[in-house]
Design a binder for this molecule. Sequence first.
Ligand code: ADP
Ligand code: MG
Length: 297
Amino acid sequence: MMGTLVEVVLYADKETAPEASKQAFERMLVVEREAHASEESSPLYRLRKGEGVVIEGDLALILEVAMKVSRASAGAFDPTLGQVVYLWGFGREDPRIPGPEEIQTAMKNAGYLGVPEEQCCPEGLGIWFELGGVAKGYAVDEAVRTLQEAGVRAGIMNAGGDLRTFGVRPGREYWNIGVQDPENPQELAGVLKVREAAVATSGDYQRFLEKDGIRYHHILDPATGYPARSGLRGTTVIAPDCATADALATATFVLGPERGLALLEGWDDAEGVLITNDGKILTTSGIGEGGIKFEKR
Ligand code: ADP
Ligand code: MG
Protein backbone atom coordinates (compact mmCIF):
# COMPACT_ATOMS: atom_id res chain seq x y z
CA MET A 1 0.00 0.00 0.00
CA MET A 2 1.19 3.57 -0.72
CA GLY A 3 4.24 2.21 -2.50
CA THR A 4 5.52 0.37 0.53
CA LEU A 5 4.97 -2.58 2.84
CA VAL A 6 2.47 -1.81 5.59
CA GLU A 7 2.63 -3.92 8.69
CA VAL A 8 0.57 -3.97 11.87
CA VAL A 9 1.29 -5.57 15.24
CA LEU A 10 -1.47 -5.43 17.80
CA TYR A 11 -2.37 -6.51 21.29
CA ALA A 12 -6.08 -7.29 21.56
CA ASP A 13 -8.57 -10.03 22.25
CA LYS A 14 -8.55 -12.87 19.74
CA GLU A 15 -12.01 -11.89 18.50
CA THR A 16 -11.14 -8.21 18.12
CA ALA A 17 -7.80 -8.46 16.32
CA PRO A 18 -8.69 -9.68 12.79
CA GLU A 19 -11.66 -7.36 12.31
CA ALA A 20 -9.77 -4.36 13.74
CA SER A 21 -6.79 -4.80 11.44
CA LYS A 22 -9.09 -5.28 8.45
CA GLN A 23 -10.84 -1.99 9.25
CA ALA A 24 -7.51 -0.20 9.72
CA PHE A 25 -6.23 -1.30 6.31
CA GLU A 26 -9.52 -0.31 4.69
CA ARG A 27 -9.22 3.14 6.24
CA MET A 28 -5.68 3.49 4.88
CA LEU A 29 -6.88 2.58 1.38
CA VAL A 30 -9.44 5.38 1.54
CA VAL A 31 -6.75 7.87 2.59
CA GLU A 32 -4.41 6.65 -0.14
CA ARG A 33 -7.07 7.20 -2.79
CA GLU A 34 -7.94 10.64 -1.37
CA ALA A 35 -4.31 11.79 -1.35
CA HIS A 36 -3.60 10.96 -5.00
CA ALA A 37 -4.86 12.40 -8.24
CA SER A 38 -5.37 8.99 -9.82
CA GLU A 39 -9.01 9.35 -10.83
CA GLU A 40 -10.41 12.16 -12.95
CA SER A 41 -13.19 12.70 -10.44
CA SER A 42 -10.77 13.11 -7.50
CA PRO A 43 -10.39 16.57 -5.93
CA LEU A 44 -6.62 16.58 -6.51
CA TYR A 45 -7.08 15.86 -10.21
CA ARG A 46 -9.68 18.59 -10.54
CA LEU A 47 -7.43 21.03 -8.67
CA ARG A 48 -4.71 20.46 -11.28
CA LYS A 49 -7.18 21.38 -14.00
CA GLY A 50 -7.99 24.60 -12.21
CA GLU A 51 -11.56 23.65 -11.47
CA GLY A 52 -13.02 25.37 -8.40
CA VAL A 53 -12.77 22.77 -5.66
CA VAL A 54 -13.83 22.85 -2.02
CA ILE A 55 -11.15 21.10 0.01
CA GLU A 56 -12.62 19.09 2.87
CA GLY A 57 -12.34 15.87 4.86
CA ASP A 58 -9.05 13.99 4.86
CA LEU A 59 -7.60 16.23 2.19
CA ALA A 60 -8.17 19.35 4.27
CA LEU A 61 -6.52 17.78 7.31
CA ILE A 62 -3.51 16.54 5.28
CA LEU A 63 -3.08 19.96 3.69
CA GLU A 64 -3.30 21.68 7.05
CA VAL A 65 -0.29 19.72 8.34
CA ALA A 66 1.53 20.17 5.02
CA MET A 67 1.09 23.94 5.03
CA LYS A 68 2.06 24.29 8.69
CA VAL A 69 5.34 22.49 8.00
CA SER A 70 5.84 24.43 4.73
CA ARG A 71 5.57 27.75 6.53
CA ALA A 72 7.77 26.68 9.45
CA SER A 73 10.45 25.40 7.07
CA ALA A 74 10.23 28.42 4.73
CA GLY A 75 9.17 26.10 1.92
CA ALA A 76 11.76 23.33 2.35
CA PHE A 77 8.67 21.18 2.58
CA ASP A 78 6.47 22.10 -0.37
CA PRO A 79 3.30 20.15 -1.22
CA THR A 80 2.95 21.86 -4.62
CA LEU A 81 5.87 20.13 -6.34
CA GLY A 82 3.54 17.79 -8.23
CA GLN A 83 4.74 18.58 -11.74
CA VAL A 84 8.40 18.36 -10.78
CA VAL A 85 7.94 15.07 -8.93
CA TYR A 86 6.04 13.75 -11.95
CA LEU A 87 8.90 14.72 -14.28
CA TRP A 88 11.42 12.70 -12.29
CA GLY A 89 9.00 9.78 -12.16
CA PHE A 90 10.08 8.43 -8.79
CA GLY A 91 7.84 5.55 -7.79
CA ARG A 92 6.99 4.82 -11.44
CA GLU A 93 8.66 2.21 -13.59
CA ASP A 94 10.45 4.76 -15.75
CA PRO A 95 12.20 7.32 -13.53
CA ARG A 96 14.61 9.55 -15.46
CA ILE A 97 16.73 12.66 -15.11
CA PRO A 98 14.84 15.58 -16.67
CA GLY A 99 16.55 18.40 -18.56
CA PRO A 100 17.04 21.82 -16.96
CA GLU A 101 14.39 23.47 -19.20
CA GLU A 102 11.80 20.88 -18.26
CA ILE A 103 12.53 21.46 -14.60
CA GLN A 104 12.31 25.24 -15.07
CA THR A 105 8.89 24.92 -16.70
CA ALA A 106 7.55 22.55 -14.06
CA MET A 107 8.89 24.76 -11.26
CA LYS A 108 6.87 27.71 -12.58
CA ASN A 109 3.73 25.96 -11.34
CA ALA A 110 5.09 25.19 -7.89
CA GLY A 111 5.25 27.28 -4.73
CA TYR A 112 3.55 26.83 -1.37
CA LEU A 113 2.93 30.58 -1.13
CA GLY A 114 0.41 30.27 -3.98
CA VAL A 115 -1.90 28.02 -1.97
CA PRO A 116 -4.94 30.02 -0.83
CA GLU A 117 -5.58 30.28 2.90
CA GLU A 118 -9.25 29.38 2.48
CA GLN A 119 -10.16 25.74 2.15
CA CYS A 120 -11.39 26.38 -1.34
CA CYS A 121 -9.39 26.74 -4.51
CA PRO A 122 -10.94 29.26 -6.88
CA GLU A 123 -11.49 28.43 -10.52
CA GLY A 124 -8.54 28.99 -12.83
CA LEU A 125 -5.96 28.34 -10.16
CA GLY A 126 -4.35 25.05 -11.20
CA ILE A 127 -2.27 23.56 -8.40
CA TRP A 128 -0.42 20.26 -8.72
CA PHE A 129 -0.40 18.98 -5.19
CA GLU A 130 1.94 16.12 -4.36
CA LEU A 131 1.28 14.83 -0.88
CA GLY A 132 3.63 11.84 -0.87
CA GLY A 133 5.73 13.46 1.86
CA VAL A 134 2.89 13.65 4.39
CA ALA A 135 -0.03 11.41 3.39
CA LYS A 136 1.55 8.17 4.51
CA GLY A 137 1.92 9.58 8.01
CA TYR A 138 -1.69 10.74 8.02
CA ALA A 139 -2.81 7.28 6.89
CA VAL A 140 -0.88 5.76 9.82
CA ASP A 141 -2.63 8.14 12.24
CA GLU A 142 -6.03 7.21 10.88
CA ALA A 143 -5.23 3.50 11.01
CA VAL A 144 -4.20 3.80 14.67
CA ARG A 145 -7.40 5.68 15.48
CA THR A 146 -9.41 2.93 13.77
CA LEU A 147 -7.59 0.23 15.75
CA GLN A 148 -8.18 2.01 19.05
CA GLU A 149 -11.85 2.58 18.29
CA ALA A 150 -12.18 -1.13 17.52
CA GLY A 151 -10.88 -1.97 20.98
CA VAL A 152 -7.19 -2.71 20.37
CA ARG A 153 -5.17 -1.99 23.54
CA ALA A 154 -1.69 -1.51 22.14
CA GLY A 155 0.18 -1.88 18.91
CA ILE A 156 2.40 -0.51 16.21
CA MET A 157 1.30 0.54 12.74
CA ASN A 158 4.23 0.72 10.35
CA ALA A 159 4.03 1.98 6.77
CA GLY A 160 7.54 1.27 5.52
CA GLY A 161 9.27 3.14 8.32
CA ASP A 162 6.64 5.80 8.97
CA LEU A 163 5.07 4.39 12.08
CA ARG A 164 3.17 5.00 15.26
CA THR A 165 3.09 3.13 18.52
CA PHE A 166 0.15 3.25 20.91
CA GLY A 167 -0.71 1.80 24.28
CA VAL A 168 1.64 -0.11 26.53
CA ARG A 169 3.15 -3.41 25.50
CA PRO A 170 2.50 -5.94 28.27
CA GLY A 171 5.51 -6.02 30.57
CA ARG A 172 7.51 -3.43 28.62
CA GLU A 173 8.05 0.23 29.25
CA TYR A 174 9.33 1.19 25.77
CA TRP A 175 8.82 0.32 22.16
CA ASN A 176 12.13 -0.27 20.38
CA ILE A 177 12.40 1.30 16.93
CA GLY A 178 15.43 0.52 14.79
CA VAL A 179 16.92 3.43 12.82
CA GLN A 180 18.53 2.21 9.58
CA ASP A 181 22.10 3.07 8.70
CA PRO A 182 21.84 5.01 5.39
CA GLU A 183 25.30 3.76 4.35
CA ASN A 184 24.20 0.17 4.83
CA PRO A 185 20.41 -0.03 5.17
CA GLN A 186 20.54 -3.69 6.22
CA GLU A 187 22.21 -2.51 9.44
CA LEU A 188 20.99 -0.24 12.22
CA ALA A 189 22.58 3.07 13.12
CA GLY A 190 20.85 2.84 16.47
CA VAL A 191 17.67 2.07 18.37
CA LEU A 192 15.06 4.57 19.50
CA LYS A 193 13.07 3.83 22.62
CA VAL A 194 9.71 5.56 22.71
CA ARG A 195 6.47 5.33 24.60
CA GLU A 196 3.39 6.44 22.62
CA ALA A 197 4.81 8.27 19.62
CA ALA A 198 5.01 8.58 15.88
CA VAL A 199 8.37 8.05 14.18
CA ALA A 200 9.02 8.88 10.50
CA THR A 201 12.17 8.64 8.43
CA SER A 202 13.31 10.26 5.19
CA GLY A 203 16.45 9.12 3.45
CA ASP A 204 18.36 9.12 0.20
CA TYR A 205 18.52 5.31 0.24
CA GLN A 206 14.81 4.57 -0.10
CA ARG A 207 13.98 5.59 -3.64
CA PHE A 208 16.58 6.72 -6.15
CA LEU A 209 18.12 6.24 -9.56
CA GLU A 210 21.83 6.24 -10.30
CA LYS A 211 23.61 7.61 -13.35
CA ASP A 212 27.35 8.10 -13.89
CA GLY A 213 27.96 7.33 -10.24
CA ILE A 214 25.58 10.06 -9.05
CA ARG A 215 22.60 9.17 -6.92
CA TYR A 216 19.37 11.01 -7.69
CA HIS A 217 16.95 10.40 -4.83
CA HIS A 218 13.29 11.33 -4.44
CA ILE A 219 13.45 14.20 -1.95
CA LEU A 220 13.64 17.40 -3.94
CA ASP A 221 14.94 20.80 -2.98
CA PRO A 222 12.02 23.13 -3.82
CA ALA A 223 14.56 25.88 -4.54
CA THR A 224 16.10 23.96 -7.47
CA GLY A 225 13.82 21.09 -8.46
CA TYR A 226 16.77 18.70 -8.06
CA PRO A 227 17.35 16.15 -5.28
CA ALA A 228 18.30 17.94 -2.05
CA ARG A 229 22.02 17.81 -1.24
CA SER A 230 22.02 19.29 2.21
CA GLY A 231 24.64 17.18 3.91
CA LEU A 232 22.19 14.67 5.36
CA ARG A 233 21.56 11.08 4.32
CA GLY A 234 18.80 10.28 6.75
CA THR A 235 16.43 12.06 9.12
CA THR A 236 14.18 10.43 11.71
CA VAL A 237 11.59 12.58 13.45
CA ILE A 238 9.58 11.71 16.56
CA ALA A 239 6.30 13.59 17.15
CA PRO A 240 2.89 12.93 18.69
CA ASP A 241 1.25 12.34 15.29
CA CYS A 242 2.67 10.66 12.22
CA ALA A 243 1.48 13.19 9.62
CA THR A 244 3.57 15.87 11.33
CA ALA A 245 6.53 13.51 11.87
CA ASP A 246 6.42 12.54 8.17
CA ALA A 247 6.38 16.10 6.85
CA LEU A 248 8.98 17.27 9.36
CA ALA A 249 11.32 14.42 8.38
CA THR A 250 11.14 15.46 4.72
CA ALA A 251 11.60 19.15 5.61
CA THR A 252 14.56 18.46 7.89
CA PHE A 253 16.20 16.36 5.18
CA VAL A 254 15.99 19.29 2.75
CA LEU A 255 17.18 21.87 5.31
CA GLY A 256 20.33 20.00 6.32
CA PRO A 257 22.03 19.50 9.68
CA GLU A 258 21.97 23.02 11.12
CA ARG A 259 18.71 24.45 9.86
CA GLY A 260 17.07 21.03 10.21
CA LEU A 261 17.98 20.77 13.88
CA ALA A 262 16.79 24.36 14.41
CA LEU A 263 13.40 23.54 12.85
CA LEU A 264 12.93 20.59 15.20
CA GLU A 265 14.16 22.45 18.29
CA GLY A 266 11.66 25.21 17.53
CA TRP A 267 8.75 22.82 17.09
CA ASP A 268 6.72 21.87 20.18
CA ASP A 269 6.88 18.12 20.85
CA ALA A 270 9.20 17.12 17.99
CA GLU A 271 12.58 15.45 18.33
CA GLY A 272 14.94 14.04 15.74
CA VAL A 273 17.93 11.90 14.86
CA LEU A 274 19.89 13.22 11.87
CA ILE A 275 22.60 11.27 10.06
CA THR A 276 25.10 13.29 8.05
CA ASN A 277 26.93 12.39 4.82
CA ASP A 278 29.99 11.43 6.81
CA GLY A 279 28.03 9.21 9.19
CA LYS A 280 27.79 11.55 12.17
CA ILE A 281 24.65 11.20 14.26
CA LEU A 282 23.05 14.41 15.57
CA THR A 283 20.15 14.40 18.02
CA THR A 284 17.84 17.13 19.31
CA SER A 285 18.11 18.24 22.91
CA GLY A 286 14.93 16.48 24.09
CA ILE A 287 16.26 13.02 23.36
CA GLY A 288 17.23 11.37 26.59
CA GLU A 289 14.40 13.15 28.39
CA GLY A 290 10.62 12.86 28.37
CA GLY A 291 10.41 9.19 27.48
CA ILE A 292 12.53 9.16 24.31
CA LYS A 293 15.97 7.54 24.24
CA PHE A 294 18.41 6.80 21.46
CA GLU A 295 21.12 4.15 21.70
CA LYS A 296 23.80 4.19 19.03
CA ARG A 297 24.91 0.86 17.61
P1 ADP B 1 8.97 8.38 1.80
O1 ADP B 1 7.82 8.58 0.89
O2 ADP B 1 10.01 7.46 1.25
O3 ADP B 1 8.57 8.05 3.21
P2 ADP B 1 9.25 11.19 2.30
O4 ADP B 1 8.25 11.17 3.36
O5 ADP B 1 10.49 11.96 2.56
O6 ADP B 1 9.73 9.76 1.89
O7 ADP B 1 8.51 11.76 1.03
C1 ADP B 1 9.12 11.89 -0.21
C2 ADP B 1 8.05 12.17 -1.23
O8 ADP B 1 7.52 13.48 -0.99
C3 ADP B 1 8.57 12.19 -2.64
O9 ADP B 1 8.42 10.94 -3.25
C4 ADP B 1 7.71 13.26 -3.30
O10 ADP B 1 6.48 12.70 -3.68
C5 ADP B 1 7.44 14.23 -2.19
N1 ADP B 1 8.47 15.29 -2.07
C6 ADP B 1 9.73 15.33 -2.58
N2 ADP B 1 10.37 16.45 -2.19
C7 ADP B 1 9.50 17.13 -1.40
C8 ADP B 1 9.57 18.38 -0.70
N3 ADP B 1 10.67 19.14 -0.71
N4 ADP B 1 8.47 18.78 -0.01
C9 ADP B 1 7.36 18.01 0.02
N5 ADP B 1 7.22 16.85 -0.62
C10 ADP B 1 8.28 16.40 -1.32
MG1 MG C 1 7.99 12.56 4.83
